[in-house]
Design a protein around this ligand. Structure first.
Ligand SMILES: [Zn+2]
Length: 498
C-alpha cells in the first residue's frame, strides 16, 4: 500500500514538474516585435491613385518566354502612361530601357559613398486561364472600380506594387525629398517567364557598373489577416529565402508485349513506374521545424494564444504533434521540407499492348539546406530500392534552380523593414518567412546579400486565390496602405547607414 502511494506521488510530482516546465516555456519568451511610436498617416488621394492603377491594368502586358516582342505595344503604352501619370519621376530620375521593354530608374542619392538600394516590381502579367474568362465578374482587363476595389489581371500581381512605388516616389519628389543614398527602381517585363531579359539583364548591367546593393525589396509574402491558427493579429511575413526548383524525369523500360499474356506481377513498365512513384510519395525528403520555418515560429509564438502557443513553445514535448499537424496541410508542409509533386505520367498508346517504356516527371521544390544534387541522390536511392537497377534512368529537366541564399534577419536592413511595417501597420506582427514560389529577385544575388521579398498588402484567406486567379482585384484601401508603406520605407531605408 505504502509502496503504491509512493509510486502515485512520484507520478504526480513528475506531472506537476512537467506542467511547470511547459508553463515556464510558454511564457518565458516575450515578444520580439519592435515597439514604435505611431506615425502621422500620410494623406493619399484615393481617387487619383485608383484611377492610375486602373489605367495600367487595362494594358495587356502578358509576357512570353520565347517571344520577346509579344505585346510590345502594350508594354510601350504602359511606359507612356507612366510618363503621364508620374511626371516628376520622369523629370528627376534617370530612366533606362533594358532589352527594349524592361525599365530601370535611377534616383541619385546625395551621398555618393552610401550604398544604393533597389525596389523591384514587374510590368508583365500572367494570361487568363483558358475557359475561365466567363467566370470573371468584371472583364479581366477592364480595370473596373467596384466594391471598393480595382479589378483586373495585374491589379495585385504586380502593377499594384509597381504603381504604389511610383506613387510613393512621386509624392516624395513633390515634397522635395532627396534620398541620401541612390535608389534604383527595377521593373522587368518578363518576371512571369523567368526574368532573363529583365531582372537578370538589369543585375548584370549594375554589376558591370560596380554596383553593390545594400538592400533589395521584391514582391513576396504578405500581411496575412486571420490566416494563421492561434494568431489573432495579422502576420506580416517577410520572405528571406526562396525555395529551389528541380524536375526529374523517371523513365522505366520493360519488355513490350501483348496484353493477352502479361508478364509476372509488378514487372511491366507501368507497374514498375507506378510502384516507384508511390514509393517516392511514401518516402519524401525529411520534414523538420528548422531554418526559416523555425525563425518564423520563434517570432510568431510569443504573439499566439491557446494550445498553439503552448505547443510551439514546447517543441521538446509536442514537436511530433505540431509537425504532423503542419505536414498535413499543403501550405505549411511546403515550409518544412523539400516537397515531392508527381506532375506528368506518360505510358502506352494502345489498349492491348504492353508498352516497353513508361515515363513520369516529378517536381521538387527545394528547401534551404537541401540541394539539387541531394534531391537527385534521394530519388536515385528510393527508386533503386523500389525497382531493379538497369530498368530505369533519371534525367534532370532544364530549368532547375538551386535554392536562394537566406537574407539575414540580424541586420540593419531587416530591422528597418520591420520597423516600417510596424509603423504603417501597427497591429501587424512581423516574422521572417520562406517563399515557396519563384521570383526574379534571385537574379540579384550576385550583387546583394540583403534580398527581402514582401508585398505590403493586407489580405484575408480567401484573397489568396485571386493571385494569378480569377477575379483578381485589389482593395483601394489596401492599395493606399501599400503606397504609404513604400513612402515610409524610402525615407527610412535611405537614412540608414547600410
Ligand atoms: Zn509577381
Amino acid at each position: 500500500m505504502k509502496k503504491l502511494r509512493k509510486i502515485t506521488n512520484g507520478i504526480l510530482i513528475f506531472f506537476l514538474f512537467l506542467v511547470v516546465i511547459v508553463v515556464i516555456n510558454t511564457y518565458r519568451k516575450s515578444s520580439n516585435q519592435i515597439q514604435v511610436p505611431p506615425i502621422k498617416v500620410k494623406k493619399v488621394d484615393e481617387n487619383t491613385v485608383a484611377k492610375h492603377l486602373r489605367e495600367a491594368v487595362r494594358l495587356k502586358t502578358i509576357s512570353s518566354r520565347d517571344d520577346a516582342s509579344l505585346n510590345e505595344d502594350e508594354f510601350k503604352a504602359l511606359h507612356t502612361l507612366l510618363e503621364k501619370q508620374f511626371p516628376l519621376v520622369h523629370e528627376k530620375l534617370k530612366r533606362e530601357r533594358i532589352n527594349g521593354l524592361s525599365l530601370l530608374f535611377t534616383w541619385a542619392g546625395k551621398n555618393p559613398k552610401a550604398k544604393p538600394i533597389l525596389l523591384m516590381a514587374h510590368q508583365d502579367v500572367v494570361p487568363i486561364a483558358p475557359g475561365t474568362e466567363k467566370e470573371w465578374k468584371e472583364p479581366p482587363f477592364s480595370g473596373a472600380i467596384k466594391d471598393g476595389a480595382i479589378w483586373g489581371r495585374g491589379s495585385w500581381d504586380n502593377k499594384g506594387n509597381l504603381l504604389a512605388q511610383l506613387e510613393a516616389v512621386e509624392a516624395l519628389l513633390k515634397e522635395g525629398f532627396e534620398p541620401p543614398c541612390t535608389v534604383y527602381l527595377a521593373y522587368g517585363a518578363d518576371e512571369e517567364v523567368n526574368g532573363l531579359r529583365g531582372a537578370a539583364a538589369i543585375s548584370k548591367l549594375l554589376a558591370s557598373r560596380g554596383v553593390e546593393l545594400a538592400f533589395v525589396l521584391d514582391e513576396g509574402l504578405l500581411i496575412l489577416d486571420g490566416v494563421l491558427a492561434g494568431l489573432k493579429k495579422p502576420a506580416a511575413l517577410i520572405g528571406i529565402a526562396e525555395k529551389g526548383y528541380i524536375s526529374i524525369k523517371l523513365t522505366v523500360n520493360a519488355t513490350p508485349g501483348h496484353s493477352s499474356m502479361p508478364p509476372k506481377k509488378g514487372t511491366s513498365a507501368i507497374a514498375m513506374l507506378s510502384y516507384a512513384l508511390s514509393q517516392l510519395e511514401e518516402n519524401q525528403m525529411p520534414a523538420k521545424i528548422r531554418g526559416v520555418a523555425k525563425e518564423m515560429f520563434d517570432a510568431l509564438t510569443p504573439e499566439m494564444s491557446g494550445f498553439t502557443r503552448i505547443a510551439l513553445s514546447n517543441l521538446w514535448l509536442f514537436g511530433s504533434i505540431v509537425q504532423s499537424q503542419l505536414e498535413s496541410k499543403g501550405s505549411t508542409n511546403s515550409t518544412l521540407r523539400t516537397t515531392t509533386a508527381l506532375t506528368i505520367v506518360n505510358a502506352g498508346n494502345k489498349e492491348n499492348v504492353l508498352p516497353g517504356r513508361a515515363e513520369a516527371v516529378i517536381n521538387f521544390r527545394i528547401l534551404p539546406g537541401d540541394t539539387k544534387e541531394k534531391v537527385f541522390e534521394h530519388v536515385r536511392s528510393v527508386v533503386s530500392r523500389a525497382i531493379p537497377e538497369g530498368t530505369f534512368s533519371l534525367t534532370i529537366l532544364p530549368g532547375a534552380v538551386e535554392v536562394s541564399n537566406v537574407a539575414p534577419i540580424n541586420s540593419l536592413q531587416y530591422t528597418a523593414l520591420q520597423r516600417t511595417v510596424r509603423e504603417v501597420f501597427p497591429d501587424a506582427i512581423v516574422a521572417p518567412g520562406l517563399m515557396v514560389a519563384a521570383t526574379d529577385s534571385i537574379h540579384y544575388q550576385n550583387i546583394s546579400k540583403f534580398i527581402y521579398k514582401f508585398s505590403p498588402f493586407r489580405v484575408q484567406g480567401g484573397d489568396l486565390n485571386l493571385f494569378h486567379g480569377t477575379n483578381e482585384r485589389l482593395k483601394i484601401k489596401t492599395y493606399v496602405d501599400a503606397i504609404r508603406f513604400y513612402e515610409r520605407l524610402l525615407t527610412q531605408m535611405t537614412k540608414e547607414a547600410l
